[in-house]
Design a binder for this molecule. Structure first.
Ligand SMILES: Nc1ncnc2c1ncn2[C@@H]1O[C@H](COP(=O)(O)OP(=O)(O)OP(=O)(O)O)[C@@H](O)[C@H]1O
Ligand SMILES: [Mg+2]
Length: 149
């Protein structure tokens, strides 16, 4: 891999150089793959005592949620497999919640140095350069971000 390091001689650019050096040094890198299972997109589900949904509809929704969760596990295990094939040791994290919020929280709690994500994802709408997840992560996260175009 070739890395292009951009500097303007500023203090910020010193940090850019430091980060590039860390990436180039390679050595002691720990890779974790995260997938956030987005509950908010798959609700609402009836909670105990809520009579707004019929028994049947509620059962179907719960079944759908289970199927979605299985898909999420597959996404994660396939990503891990792809990395393991390249002899990279990898940890996996399956989280439930809002994607951007969860990624930002997990990165902070575990002190990740660099977060890698795509400019866009599953959505077909390509009007904006960044998707809502990459946009929110980029704005809210403390860690450095690598946006893959
Ligand atoms: N649920 C998720 N879990 C983990 N990473 C995610 C998740 N959703 C998106 N990402 C990361 O964010 C990147 C950008 O995806 P994003 O969802 O922002 O774009 P989009 O799907 O094209 O647009 P949108 O979801 O806003 O309609 C993805 O390539 C991926 O790296
Ligand atoms: Mg998306």
């Amino acid at each position: 891999m070739k890395i292009l390091v951009c500097t303007d001689g500023s203090g910020q650019s010193q940090r850019v150089i430091e980060k590039a050096a860390q990436i180039a040094a390679g050595g002691n890198v720990e890779v974790t793959v995260i997938h956030v299972y987005e509950t908010s997109k798959n609700g609402p589900y009836r909670i105990e005592g809520n009579e707004t949904l019929s028994e049947e509809l509620n059962r179907q929704l719960i079944e759908l949620k289970e199927q979605e969760k299985e898909k999420s596990k597959k996404v994660l295990s396939e990503a891990a497999k792809a990395l393991e094939k390249k002899n990279i040791n990898v940890k996996t994290l399956l989280k439930e919640g809002r994607a951007a919020e969860t990624i930002v929280r997990v990165a902070a709690e575990n002190e990740f140095d660099i977060v890698v994500l795509g400019s866009r994802g599953l959505s077909g709408l390509k009007k904006m350069f960044l998707g809502s997840v990459s946009n929110a992560v980029l704005h809210e996260i403390k860690a450095s971000v690598l946006i893959v175009k």
